[in-house]
Ligand binder design. Structure first.
Ligand code: LLP
Length: 427
């Protein structure tokens, strides 16, 4: 969270509340999310892109009904990629026309629910889906606004991107080889579809704007081909999400206004060169909004020193509340927050309490040598893809998300209970 300072006893405070009080009231592990920071990031994206563009928050990063209301109030739209996310969005009052539905294998049921609700757009991801959405819309007497997701041949990695002739992954229809152009041809023929634009998402946790620029360039190229072949100018392009955040001090993320300027400039320039009207732009940041706004608070249970190796510090959560370290080799920082210490820093590994050795939260960290059971550790930047990817592995109870605002804390997602755990068992 934005403002972590220490009071006179060395206890870290968040929004004026001591972390020791937070732990006492809400238990550990728990996610604490700075609501004002979340809203400020929404506003920064809106302001960077202005009224000529739309910002769709990617709900997969972290979604709850409270979050949907904040997005609504801050003027953002919402990208959902499953029926569950769609249901949450609608239930919490997001107007359907501000929702975009994604996914590489949407079921007829999901599509029907989205079309019936009147979602603003469905992003088509395969030839089969073009027909599937058209049939549903025709049956319901609707014309569904759709975009076609294309793969532009830019493969984004952390800290870099590599241009490839064609991308070997499951999403979208390739520009190279003409699949994307063929998808446009088919979509334009179907009465149930109103093709409004082209969509591209190049990847996630990207620090460099050049990957987005290459994508924008290629998408505009397709718009030009479509105009030349069909005589229609599609009015929208969506360039997806993917802007990286700082997990450790080595990361140097771009700001929303930098990406807005880079994209705006290139789209405007290339459209002018092609004689196209500038389409309405949209983007789908998830991590860059939610990620930095929350931290996880853990309590230490055991400390095991392995002489000559490192110290293993076990906390009361782990891969069930943060799978990213195990899954992506993600890097996090960690700090002792319940007190200060002048003890020697020791090479440490913060691990969870799950029954496997890959259950690592922070692979390498220097933590004071006098760490002891009961000390509290905070892991920052866990607002995206941690609670949303949390599991019940080893029958762990998934932690709560507590929103802190104006010196007050309130639960927006409660901690699971044993009743929640038993609720699905039959017999
Ligand atoms: N739009 C589309 C179509 C996407 O597939 C994604 C993310 C986003 C937007 C949002 O991307 P963001 O701005 O959050 O990078 N679980 C992984 C990240 C998976 C991202 C999947 N798609 C992680 O924890 O790093």
């Amino acid at each position: 969270a934005r403002t972590v300072s220490r009071d006179a006893d060395g206890v870290a405070t968040v929004g004026g509340i001591k972390v020791t009080d937070l732990a006492e009231e809400f238990g550990t592990p728990a996610f604490f999310l700075d609501e004002e920071d979340f809203r400020a990031r929404c506003r920064a994206w809106r302001e960077a892109f202005g009224t000529e563009a739309d910002v769709f928050y990617a709900g997969k990063a972290f979604l709850s009904r409270a979050v949907v209301r904040w997005l609504h109030e801050e003027g953002l739209n919402l990208d959902v990629c499953s029926e569950g996310e769609l249901a949450t969005a609608l239930d919490a009052g997001m107007p359907a026309e501000r929702i975009a539905l994604h996914g590489n294998n949407k079921s007829t049921r999901e599509i029907t629910r989205a079309v019936e609700a009147g979602v603003g757009r469905i992003v088509l991801d395969s030839f089969q889906e073009i027909v599937r959405v058209a049939r549903v819309a025709e049956r319901l007497g609707r014309r569904q606004r759709v975009q076609i997701r294309v793969t532009v041949g830019v493969e984004a990695h952390t800290h870099e991107f590599i241009a490839t002739a064609h991308e070997d992954q499951k999403f979208g229809l390739a520009l190279a080889g003409g699949q994307a152009a063929e998808a446009v041809r088919r979509a334009l023929k179907l009465d149930g579809l109103e093709l409004i634009g082209i969509h591209s998402h190049i990847g996630s946790q990207i620090f460099d704007t050049s990957g987005f620029e290459v994508a924008a360039h290629r998408v505009v190229g397709l718009l030009k081909e479509i105009r030349d072949e069909h005589g229609v100018e599609l009015p929208e392009i969506d360039l997806g999400g993917g802007l990286g955040i700082a997990y450790t001090s080595d990361d140097d993320p771009r700001e929303p206004h930098e990406i807005a300027k880079a994209l705006g400039d290139i789209v405007t320039r290339e459209c002018a060169a092609a004689g196209l009207a500038v389409p309405r732009l949209s983007v789908e940041p998830g991590r860059a909004i939610a990620g930095p706004t929350a931290f996880t608070l853990y309590e230490i249970g055991t400390v095991k020193e392995l002489p000559g190796l490192r110290t293993y510090v076990s906390v009361d959560g782990g891969m069930s509340d943060n799978i990213r370290t195990a899954l992506y080799d993600a890097e996090y920082s960690v700090a002792l927050v319940s007190r200060t210490s002048t003890a020697e820093p020791m090479l440490s590994r913060v691990v969870g309490k799950h029954c496997e050795s890959g259950d690592i939260v922070v692979r390498d960290a220097f933590l004071p040598a006098d760490l002891a059971p009961g000390d509290l550790l905070a892991v920052p930047a866990t607002g995206a893809y941690c609670r949303s990817m949390a599991s019940n592995y080893n029958h762990a109870l998934r932690p709560p998300v507590v929103a802190v605002k104006d010196g007050a804390a309130r639960v927006i997602v409660r901690r699971e209970t044993e009743e929640d755990l038993f609720r699905l068992d039959v017999g």
